[in-house]
Design a protein around this ligand. Structure first.
Ligand SMILES: C[S@@+](CC[C@H](N)C(=O)[O-])C[C@H]1O[C@@H](n2cnc3c(N)ncnc32)[C@H](O)[C@@H]1O
Length: 249
C-alpha cells in the first residue's frame, strides 16, 4: 500500500474513533494478499487502492459503531466473500472469535490462507450455506453475533441469521440506504423468526460520505423450526416482501 492509502486508512479509522497505528502493517499485508488473490481468483470487484481501503477496510470497520462487538464474543460473518467484514474487525478486535461463512469454496480457501498468513488464529472459516447451517445443531442458536455486509435484503438476512443466534444475541447488519418498505418487511420478518429490530442507525461512510445504515436485530426467543426455509427460498421469496430479491445493500 502506498502512503496515500495508509493516510486514508488512518483518517477513515480515526473518523470512527479507532486508533489503528499498531495494526497498519497487518492491513498492508492484507492489502497485498487481496491484490494477489484478485489476480488469481478475481475475488472482488473493488481493485483500486482507494476503493479497497475505503470501501472494504474502513467500510467493514463501521460495524463497530455502537459498540455491539465488544468482548470475547463468537461472531459468524454470513456471506463473507473475500473476508469482509471479518478481516478488518479481527485485526482491531483480536478478542472476537470469527466464523466467516460463504457458500463459495474458492472464497473460503482464500479466507483460510489469508487468516493463516496474518496469524489470525481466532478466524476459523467455513464453507456452507446459511440455510443449511441454520438447521445444523452444531451451528443453530450457537453464536453471540452475526455480522453481515452486502449479502441480501433485511427480511432475507433476518431469516438466515436469527436461527444461528443464541437468545439475547444480535444481528449486526451493515447496509446502504435502506427504504422504508425494506425496513418494514425486515421488522415483520424479524418478529416472525424470534427477533426485534432494536436499532436503525443511519450514517455516512468516512471520507466518501456514502449513505450507510447499521441495523441491529436482537434475538428475543427461539426461532420456529420452520426457519430457515430450504436453500434459496429465503432469497427467492423473502418474508413479507415482494421487492426484487437480489437487492444486496
Ligand atoms: C456481495 S458478496 C459480499 C461479500 C462480503 N460480505 C463483502 O462485504 O465484501 C455476497 C457473498 O455472500 C455469499 N452468500 C450469499 N448467500 C449466501 C448464503 N445463503 N449462504 C452463504 N453464503 C451466501 C455469496 O457467495 C457471496 O460471496
Amino acid at each position: 500500500m502506498n502512503r496515500e492509502g495508509l493516510d486514508l486508512l488512518r483518517q477513515g479509522a480515526g473518523e470512527l474513533g479507532l486508533k489503528i497505528e499498531s495494526q497498519l502493517p497487518a492491513f498492508e499485508r492484507l492489502f497485498e494478499l487481496l491484490q494477489e488473490g484478485n489476480t488469481r481468483l478475481n475475488l472482488t470487484a473493488l481493485k483500486t487502492e482507494e476503493d479497497i481501503v475505503l470501501k472494504h477496510f474502513v467500510d467493514s470497520l463501521t460495524c463497530l459503531r455502537g459498540n455491539y462487538l465488544e468482548g470475547s464474543l463468537s461472531v459468524l460473518d454470513l456471506g463473507t466473500g473475500a473476508g469482509f467484514p471479518t478481516f478488518p474487525l479481527a485485526l482491531v478486535r483480536p478478542e472476537l472469535h470469527f466464523t466467516p461463512v460463504d457458500s463459495t469454496r474458492k472464497k473460503i480457501d482464500f479466507v483460510r490462507e489469508t487468516a493463516a498468513q496474518l496469524g489470525l488464529d481466532q478466524v476459523v472459516p467455513l464453507v456452507g450455506r446459511a440455510e443449511a447451517l441454520g438447521r445444523d445443531a452444531e451451528h443453530r442458536e450457537q453464536y453471540d453475533r452475526v455480522v453481515v455486509r452486502a449479502v441480501a435484503s433485511l427480511p432475507v438476512l433476518a431469516e438466515l441469521a436469527l436461527p444461528l443466534l443464541r437468545e439475547g444475541g444480535l444481528l449486526v447488519a451493515q447496509k446502504g440506504d435502506i427504504t422504508a418498505e425494506e425496513l418494514n418487511a425486515g421488522r415483520r420478518a424479524a418478529g416472525e423468526v424470534g427477533g426485534k429490530v432494536q436499532v436503525v442507525d443511519p450514517f455516512e461512510l468516512p471520507i466518501l460520505g456514502d449513505a450507510r445504515t447499521l441495523i441491529i436485530i436482537e434475538k428475543l426467543k427461539p426461532t420456529s423450526s420452520k426457519y430457515p426455509r430450504r436453500e434459496g427460498l429465503p432469497t427467492a421469496q423473502p418474508l413479507f416482501w415482494n421487492a426484487a430479491p437480489k437487492q444486496a445493500r
